[in-house]
Design a binder for this molecule. Structure first.
Ligand code: SF4
Length: 414
C-alpha cells in the first residue's frame, strides 16, 4: 500500500491540524513515509495568507509530481482556489479548509484510503518533530481587516470547550511536553482566555505555557497579571502592529491607534520589565506614503521589540484592500522592507544587550554545531556551548549576543 507523507505550510494552527490528519491516517492503517521521496500519497496542508504562500504550495505540488506522488490538498489555499488547484497535474483531491476535519472520509470516497477507523483523533499529546506542542483553542476570525484573507477562508468562529482544552494540556504534560503553545486564528476571541491559562498552569508539573499571538486591545489585565505573577506563563507576547501610522491603520480597519498601541506596550513593559514583545508589520499597504512608513519606523524604534516580522504587502483577491487605489510599486516595497529589516536588527541587538550577565531558563530543542539551542521564557533564542539533553530546562547565564539571539553558559546557582 502507498505510504503517506504530510507536509504543512503556514501557521501553528495548520501544524496542529496536520498532526491530527497524520494520526487519523495512521488509525486508518496507512503507513507513513519517513521522507517525501518515499511517499505515494502526499497530503499538503496549505496556507494562503500571502501570494508567496500560494506560490510555495504550487512549487511543492510540482516537486511531488516529479516524484509521481498523488497529492491531496487541504487548508486555506485549497479553500480559496479549489477549482484552479484541482486542475494542476498531480493533484488528485482537494479538500477545502471547511472539510478538513472530515478529510479521511474524502480520501475514502476518492479511493485513496481503503478503510477508515471509527476512532477519531480528538486530542493530541504533542506534535511530531517539535519540542513545543501547539494546542489549538480557537478557529476563525470575523474582524475583516481589509488586507486579510483569513476571515474568508476560516469563516466559522469556533472556540473549544475549556475542559477539553485543559484535558488536552494534561495529556501533553503526561507525555512530558515542557512547553504548550496556545494557538488560534484569533486567540483573543477565545472567551475567558485568562481562565484557561490559569487552569492549565495550575497543573502540577515542570512545564510552561505560551500564547502564540494576541491583539493589543485584547490583552486584558487578567492575562497581564498572570504574566507578571506566574513563571509558568511565558513572558512573551506576540502583538501584531501592522503599521505605526494612524491613517494606514484606519484603512487596514485595525481597531487601535498608534498611541494606544505604544502606550499599552510601555505599560506592559513597565509592569513586567523582563517581558519581550515581538510583532508583525506590513510594508507597502496601498497609499502608504514615505511619511507613513517613517511613522512605523519610529514606533518600532520606540517600542523595544525583541523581533519584528516584516511582510511585504501582498494583494489578496477578494479583500477590500486589493481594490484600493494607489497600490505601491514592488521596488518601493522591497526598498522599505530592506530598510526596516536593518532597523529591526538594530532594535533586536539593543534589546538583547540588556540581558548580558542575566540568567534565563531555556528549554533545549536541539544540539547543533557544538551548541545546544532553545528558547527562554521571553522567547530569546539561546545557544549553550555544551551538549544538553533535548526537552530539558537549563538555567543559562547570558554572556553576549550571538547569531539571531544570545549565547551563554549553564549556571544553576541561584
Ligand atoms: S484580526 Fe485581522 S489580521 Fe488577524 S486574522 Fe482577523 S482579519 Fe486577519
Amino acid at each position: 500500500m502507498n505510504k503517506f507523507y504530510v507536509h504543512t505550510f503556514g501557521c501553528k494552527v495548520n501544524q496542529y491540524e496536520s498532526e491530527k490528519i497524520r494520526r487519523e491516517l495512521l488509525l486508518c492503517g496507512m503507513r507513513e513515509a519517513k521522507e517525501l521521496k518515499d511517499a505515494g500519497l502526499v497530503i499538503l496542508n496549505t496556507c494562503t495568507v500571502t501570494s508567496r504562500a500560494d506560490a510555495d504550495a504550487r512549487n511543492f505540488i510540482r516537486l511531488c509530481s516529479k516524484n509521481n506522488s498523488k497529492v491531496v490538498l487541504t487548508g486555506c489555499y485549497a479553500q480559496r482556489a479549489k477549482e484552479y488547484l484541482s486542475k494542476i497535474d498531480g493533484v488528485c483531491c482537494v479538500v477545502p479548509q471547511d472539510q478538513k476535519q472530515r478529510i479521511v472520509e474524502n480520501l475514502l470516497s476518492a479511493g485513496l484510503v481503503l478503510r477508515i477507523s471509527n476512532a477519531r483523533v480528538d486530542t493530541l499529546d504533542g506534535i511530531k518533530n517539535h519540542t513545543r506542542a501547539f494546542l489549538k483553542i480557537q478557529d476563525g476570525c470575523n474582524r475583516f481587516c481589509t488586507y486579510c484573507i483569513v476571515p474568508y477562508v476560516r469563516k466559522e468562529l469556533y472556540s473549544r470547550n475549556k475542559n477539553d482544552v485543559i484535558k488536552e494540556a494534561q495529556g501533553m504534560i503526561n507525555k512530558n511536553i515542557k512547553e504548550i503553545v496556545l494557538c488560534g486564528t484569533h486567540t483573543g476571541l477565545y472567551p475567558h482566555l485568562s481562565d484557561v491559562i490559569e487552569d492549565i498552569i495550575k497543573i502540577e508539573a515542570d512545564f510552561r505555557v505560551r500564547l502564540s499571538s494576541i491583539e493589543i486591545n485584547e490583552i486584558d489585565d487578567k492575562v497581564l497579571k498572570i504574566a507578571v505573577g506566574n513563571k509558568k506563563f511565558c513572558r512573551h507576547f506576540h502583538i501584531p502592529l501592522q503599521s505605526g501610522d494612524n491613517e494606514i491603520l484606519k484603512k487596514m480597519a485595525r481597531r487601535y491607534t498608534r498611541d494606544f498601541y505604544l502606550n499599552r506596550i510601555k505599560e506592559i513593559q513597565q509592569l513586567c520589565p523582563d517581558i519581550s514583545v515581538t510583532t508583525d508589520v506590513i510594508v507597502g499597504f496601498p497609499s502608504e506614503k514615505e511619511s507613513a512608513f517613517h511613522n512605523t519606523v519610529s514606533l518600532i524604534r520606540e517600542a523595544n521589540f525583541l523581533k519584528v516580522h516584516i511582510f511585504p504587502y501582498s494583494k489578496r483577491e477578494g479583500t477590500p484592500a486589493s481594490r484600493f487605489p494607489e497600490q505601491l510599486d514592488c521596488s518601493i516595497i522591497k526598498q522599505r522592507c530592506r530598510f526596516l529589516a536593518k532597523i529591526s536588527r538594530e532594535c533586536s541587538k539593543k534589546y538583547l544587550k540588556n540581558f548580558r550577565g542575566k540568567k534565563v531558563d531555556v528549554l533545549i530543542e536541539k544540539n547543533k554545531e557544538g551548541f545546544s539551542y532553545g528558547y527562554s521564557s521571553n522567547y530569546i533564542p539561546v545557544y549553550v556551548d555544551k551538549q544538553c539533553p533535548a526537552n530539558e530546562f537549563v538555567r543559562v547565564r547570558i554572556s553576549e549576543e550571538y547569531k539571531n539571539g544570545v549565547k551563554g553558559e549553564i549556571d544553576e546557582t541561584d
